[in-house]
Design a protein. Structure first.
Length: 313
């Protein structure tokens, strides 16, 4: 190689001696705990941590993991996780049995990685995870069920839960109600103040409504400026009162937003429709449509109000 073609790349230098020492990984990060993850159905992706201790899976409401599956017995199976990491799965004499990787037995010692089946239609993944893996799994699950703008549940989770609650209502003949909410004149806010202000309004509305909901209620962003609240074991009268609390919480004081880095106060109101499941409504979709029908009526009657069948009696 002559001087005209000699490479201009720098010579390799071993820089190992200049590197910072690698910090040891904390013990809690490498410790592996046992987890169950639902693989199908309305709660797909939901994870349960095992032990140390006992965890009962079944259809009964007092089980640690409640499965909405008619093929699952009321007290179907028991997990026992010991302090040394050993996990035993025991079938509790269920009608349709318990399987691990296709093998049906009464007692299993789980090693990690098994695909578990309870009854005919419910599947779990059993695995050991460290803290980092669990944080990542939680992130994936929350991303799948959360609305990224407001932080509340999204439409997908709402519809899944409606299927679960509808089945519960049919089996136990318990009341089930829905509130459908829409922000009044939201297009004017977006057009007049900008979409960033509109986003601030959506976030603040979610905060105010959550303050008056109960722990067991499912409050979700349905899409755009529409929100829905699913109320388990709640009749029309109570649902109407909750909807009125939401309306008052929103209209009670102006929303403080920021327009071009300057604070601004915006008056916001909502309209709401309320419906309770009854024999003439044959699906969760029909219940939602009924609430939407009363929402339209609330808007037609002047907005900033709640409408339901109770107002027609």
């Amino acid at each position: 190689m002559n001087s005209q073609t000699k490479s201009t790349l720098p010579e390799y230098t071993d820089t190992t001696k200049f590197r910072e020492p690698v910090e040891p990984v904390p013990d809690e990060a490498v410790k592996r705990n046992a987890y169950l993850t639902i693989l199908n159905g309305a709660a797909v992706g939901r994870t349960y941590r095992l032990g140390p201790g006992r965890l009962i899976v079944g259809r009964a409401p007092d089980c640690d993991v409640v499965l909405d599956d008619d093929g699952v017995s009321r007290r179907h199976a028991l997990f026992v996780a010991s302090a040394n990491g050993k996990v035993i799965l025991e079938d509790l004499g269920s009608t349709n049995g318990t399987s691990a990787d296709g093998q049906r037995k009464s007692v299993f010692e789980l090693q990690g990685g098994e695909r578990l089946q309870f009854g005919s239609d419910t599947f779990f993944k059993f695995e050991f995870r460290d803290a980092i893996e669990e944080e990542y799994a939680s992130y994936l699950y929350e991303s799948a069920i959360q609305d990224h703008l407001t932080g509340i549940f999204n439409e997908r989770f709402l519809r899944d839960q409606m299927q679960v609650e509808f089945a519960w209502h049919q089996r136990h003949n318990k009341p089930l109600s829905v509130i459908f909410i829409d922000i009044d004149h939201f297009k004017k806010i977006n057009d007049g103040d900008g979409h960033l202000v509109g986003d601030q309004v959506l976030r603040e509305l979610a905060v105010r409504c959550l303050r008056v909901t109960r722990t067991e209620d499912v409050f979700a962003r349905y899409g755009g400026e529409e929100f829905t609240c699913l109320l388990r074991e709640t009749n029309l009268e109570i649902a109407g009162l909750l909807a009125e609390r939401m309306r008052a919480a929103v209209a009670g004081s102006p929303f403080e937003c920021t327009r071009l880095k300057k604070p601004c106060l915006i008056d916001v109101t909502i309209s709401a429709g309320v419906a309770e499941l009854d024999p003439k409504l044959e699906s969760p979709e029909e219940l939602l449509e009924e609430a939407d029908r009363f929402l339209y009526q609330a808007k037609k009657l002047g907005r900033n109000r709640v409408e339901s069948t109770a107002h027609q009696q």
